[in-house]
Design a protein around this ligand. Structure first.
Ligand code: ADP
Ligand code: MG
Length: 267
């Protein structure tokens, strides 16, 4: 290795430009092969360092979001869900509402894509440089209740509230006690008009007080959540049932084709 390269590597290490330090030869070769000017080469080297840092940060934040699976907004078939207004959908996908501390509430029966959309929005938010935390509602409530009983509620609240976007999936599947409803209220109130929430539920907002143990807290949660909010009530068929029906149809068509081929051969 040339003396100047050694010096450059040492400088990159001192400046904590680790990608440049570890890939100096290759980066310089690309710069030389492409006959870059000094300015172009500097922009290229720093640009590559930034690109790598962003990619690293993105993968750390993606893990930190605790998505149960990765779902993409691009894979969501809007034509299958005519109850979703395409304009509202585009607005939601723009993520502008996160910048304004607004919320998204997705309600509807099982299988209509609520979790898919919530994760898809969360994944897009991470890629846009935002911190996200996904919770199943039951796990979140259990975690808040545990912290409360151990006298550590404030700290837990602070920890959960750090995420720029908080996703609470499947609210309504498990009934909440009066205390649990109040704990959830504290979280929603803390984020109100500051940091966004996505909440999914199998029950329309008008029925939330049926599974929330404290009516006043339930009203207060809804009031804050829905004040600045895109609320989508998704109707229609379960995509899971649609997919399994399509699989069966495909299998039957294949069987018929094979039978037809066999009978032609036999004749
Ligand atoms: P929900 O949370 O409403 O019960 P999910 O989001 O879990 O439903 O969706 C069930 C399955 O169907 C998932 O695998 C999801 O990716 C898929 N799915 C649902 N709706 C659509 C859609 N419109 N386009 C593509 N896939 C969909
Ligand atoms: Mg779901």
């Amino acid at each position: 290795m040339r003396e100047t390269d050694k010096e450059l590597k040492a400088c990159a290490a001192r400046l904590k430009l680790t990608f440049i330090r570890d890939n100096l030869e290759d980066l310089l070769k690309t710069a030389t092969d492409n006959k870059m000017t000094v300015r172009e080469a500097l922009a290229f080297l720093f640009g590559e360092e930034i690109r790598r840092r962003n990619a690293n940060r993105c993968s750390i934040w993606m893990r930190g979001a605790h998505f149960p699976v990765i779902k993409e907004l691009g894979d969501f078939d809007l034509t299958f869900q005519p109850s979703i207004d395409p304009g509202l959908f585009r607005e939601m996908c723009s993520l502008e509402w996160i910048g304004n501390g607004e919320n998204v509430v997705l309600v509807g029966p099982p299988g209509v894509g609520k979790t898919h959309l919530a994760i898809g929005l969360g994944v897009r938010a991470v890629r846009s440089g935002m911190t996200v935390r996904f919770f199943n509602a039951k796990d979140l409530i259990e975690s808040l209740s545990k912290a409360y009983s151990e006298g550590a509620f404030e700290n837990k609240l602070k920890e959960i509230n750090k995420a720029r976007l908080l996703i609470i999936d499947e609210l309504g599947y498990t009934p909440l006690s009066p205390v649990q409803t109040q704990l959830l209220y504290h979280l929603v109130a803390l984020r109100y008009e500051k940091k966004s929430l996505i909440v999914t539920s199998n029950r329309p907002a008008g029925q939330w007080e049926l599974f929330m143990g404290d009516k006043a807290a339930s009203n207060a949660i809804l009031d804050r959540l829905l004040h600045h909010c895109t609320a989508l009530a998704i109707k229609g068929e379960s995509y899971r049932i649609h997919e399994s029906r399509m699989r069966k149809l495909k299998r039957k068509a294949k069987e018929k084709k094979e039978e037809a081929a066999e009978s032609t051969q036999a004749n």
